[in-house]
Design a protein around this ligand. Structure first.
Ligand code: PGA
Length: 253
């Protein structure tokens, strides 16, 4: 049984005080244990403050990115070691905004995934097609290639520690959510790819989140699909009530 996993990707939002208040409200409701995994991913400069706010709760902490090197002359970057040191369990890697705006390639995402795994972080590795790619029938080829390249050279043991997030680019921040059937089709295909590349145990154990305009209203129908194991939530994770409603949907589907 795959444990559902709801993560909030705050992106470049909140002040320090707003972030601490949001995290505190989520932690207060979740408490010390939860039947689903829950995490918040604030901007890196607020990781410590938000980490303090969720300290006595079951809410996990994640970063939104990291570099693949441990240390050195890489101005402006943060290393997986630093992400771990500040108390994170998770790091989002290869988000479509990183791939599109910051030109990250799947090869670079792969270096980051391996560096994150090496220090014990759980990467949340994102894949997803653009609207044009979907409309021209390339969805499966695009997400399969992103996954193959971004997760290259991982052993079964390493693969089991990775969370995949399927986030169609056309659904991110647009209010246009994938239908449960559209999402399920891709999730099932990614799981099939895991079975081909690894084996059925790995394929049935790896969690695949859906992301892209998930909210309190549409969460249950997505999360009730057999291959959708959680959600990576952007906009709707910035309000405690909305985010908690998605967690509740995960707990009850
Ligand atoms: P959204 O973002 O929920 O605002 O669409 C999701 C994401 O980019 O992770």
């Amino acid at each position: 049984m795959r444990r559902k996993f709801i993560a909030g990707n705050w992106k470049m939002n909140t002040s320090r005080a707003e972030g601490v208040a949001l995290a505190s409200a989520i932690a207060a409701k979740i408490g010390a244990s939860s039947s689903v995994d829950v995490a918040v991913c604030p901007p890196s400069v607020y990781l410590e403050a938000v980490g303090q706010a969720i300290k006595n709760s079951a809410v996990g902490l994640g970063a939104q990115n990291c570099y693949h090197e441990a240390k050195g002359a890489f101005t402006g970057e943060i290393s997986p070691q630093m992400v771990r040191d500040i108390g994170c369990a998770y790091v989002i890697l290869g988000h479509s905004e990183r791939r599109q705006i910051f030109k990250e390639t799947s090869q670079e995402v792969n270096r980051k995934v391996r560096a994150a795994l090496a220090v014990g972080l759980t990467p949340i590795m994102c894949v997803g097609e653009t609207l044009d790619q979907r409309q021209t029938g390339k969805t499966a080829a695009v997400v399969r290639e992103q996954m193959e390249l971004s997760l290259a050279e991982l052993s079964s043991e390493q693969m089991l520690k990775v969370v995949i997030a399927y986030e169609p680019v056309w659904a991110i921040g647009t209010g246009v959510v994938a239908t449960p059937q559209q999402a399920e089709e891709v999730h099932a295909d990614l799981r099939k790819l895991l079975e081909t590349r690894y084996n059925s145990e790995v394929a049935s154990a790896v969690r695949i989140q859906y992301g892209g305009s998930v909210n309190a209203e549409n969460a249950a129908s997505l999360l009730s699909q057999p291959n959708i194991d959680g959600a990576l939530v952007g906009g709707a994770s910035l309000k405690a009530d909305g985010f908690l409603a998605i967690v509740t949907a995960a707990q009850t589907t």
